[in-house]
Design a protein around this ligand. Structure first.
Ligand SMILES: Nc1ncnc2c1ncn2[C@@H]1O[C@H](COP(=O)(O)OP(=O)(O)OP(=O)(O)O)[C@@H](O)[C@H]1O
Ligand SMILES: [Mg+2]
Length: 387
């Protein structure tokens, strides 16, 4: 283990500050609001992911924190001080990009040393710090190789070492694992998370991959059109989404649209649905109800109880997935429901069999209908064999 950097001692009160605070930050490109009145706090030492669809402003947000772009309005604090007008190399922030952009004509050690040389760090110090940074990413033995002599994962580690060698208080990572194949990507996820907790540096991690965000992050910011739609830990994002957009973006959902009836139940194409979760709604309002596939109960015979929260359909697909089994149920009127059941509890149902789907009022989320961004209905059973 290495000791923390002793250069540029922070003010005594620094620990009281959050690592990064963006307050009402906007960035316009022409008339496109890439970032739109965004407010976000990155806590000291946390692993925060920005998750959202292409074009929602993730990279622009990182570039403003790093200092490569300047906000039109709003303020950005790093370690408690405004960095507006502070050039990138004078911020306690470093960035790892998706295309790790190592200098091909330099050795691994020279690549890692580059930033220190720019800062005119004494030669003797550079050697020690480069060795230390390469140790952090388990690449010390590769110091003299060229980037072209390394695998993708090794290059990514060198890029990390290069970003960490300055001991930034915040590391920004823009889809750093996007170029790696799946196995390497999963290995690097574990390594990155371990490194982050060991170093205690705040990571702001941009990803398209919700699984990656859920498994690695202390908190996740779900972005939509230049703003943060929800910020919370994986459990909050998954279990208590604030909107249909978040509900559909993270994990899988069955969505049904309907209208709130006088009695409080929602009239949908597939019959009445009752919910105790989600936004308060008024009779007559158009709403979207959401039920996770793992919260739907599936049976071959009609369940007891009331007529609410149940749908009769026909099994049109079954996928065996080891611990779980997935069923696709054609519920009529163009609706297909996805149901996921632990394998030992899975009913003996095959394609063509009639089936009943049922769910608890506590497991149904109600959202005001926002007319867009709904997830498409499931149309096939992924990764499995129908039959
Ligand atoms: N330099 C630029 N000039 C003009 N428009 C830009 C520029 N950079 C970004 N934009 C626009 O701003 C919006 C946000 O872009 P940004 O790169 O931040 O998205 P992103 O969330 O990182 O997307 P992706 O997941 O595809 O990387 C997009 O509509 C994009 O086209
Ligand atoms: Mg981007």
């Amino acid at each position: 283990m290495t000791t923390p950097a002793t250069t540029a001692a922070p003010p005594a009160s620094a620990d009281a500050h959050d690592a990064v605070v963006l307050t009402r930050v906007s960035k316009l490109y022409g008339d496109v609001a890439a970032v739109d009145d965004l407010t976000l706090t990155v806590r000291r030492g946390e692993f925060l992911s920005l998750l959202g669809p292409s074009g929602c402003g993730k990279t622009t947000t990182l570039r403003m924190i790093a200092g490569f772009e300047h906000p039109d309005t709003g303020d950005i604090l790093v370690d408690g001080r405004s960095v507006l007008g502070v050039p990138p190399h004078r911020r306690q922030v470093n960035t790892v990009f998706q295309a790790y952009a190592l200098f091909p004509h330099m050795s691994v050690a020279e690549n890692v040393a580059y930033g220190l040389e720019q800062k005119r760090t004494p030669k003797a110090e550079i050697r020690g710090q480069v060795a230390e940074a390469l140790d952090m990413v388990q690449m010390r033995g590769y110091a003299n190789r060229r980037p072209t002599q390394l695998s993708g994962g090794q290059q990514q580690r060198v890029a990390l070492a290069r970003a960490l060698v300055n001991r930034p208080s915040v590391l920004l990572l823009d889809e750093p694992l996007g170029a790696l194949d799946r196995q390497l990507r999963e290995e690097m996820q574990v390594e990155l998370k371990l490194l982050q907790s060991r170093l205690g540096i705040s990571f702001v991690f941009v990803t398209h991959d919700q699984g990656e965000a859920l498994s690695m992050s202390d908190r996740i910011a779900i972005m939509r059109e230049g703003r943060v739609e929800q910020l919370g830990d994986a459990d909050a994002i998954y279990s208590t989404p604030v909107s249909a957009y978040v509900a559909g973006f993270v994990g899988q959902q069955n969505f049904l649209d309907g209208r709130v009836a006088d009695a409080g139940a929602v009239e949908t194409d597939l019959g009445p649905v009752r919910s105790t979760r989600g936004a308060p709604v008024r009779p007559g309002e158009r709403v979207r109800v959401a039920v996770r596939p793992e919260l739907v109960r599936l049976s071959s015979s009609e369940p007891d109880g009331t007529s609410e929260n149940r749908v009769r359909g026909t099994v049109i697909g079954v996928a065996h997935q080891g611990e779980t089994r997935q069923f696709l149920v054609d519920a009529g009127r163009g609706h297909t429901l996805l149901v996921r059941v632990p394998t030992p509890a899975a009913p003996r149902l095959g394609v063509g069999d009639p089936a009943w789907c049922r769910w608890e009022t506590d497991d149904v989320h109600l959202f005001p209908h926002d007319g867009e961004h709904s997830a498409p209905p499931p149309t096939s059973v992924p990764d499995g064999h129908a039959g």
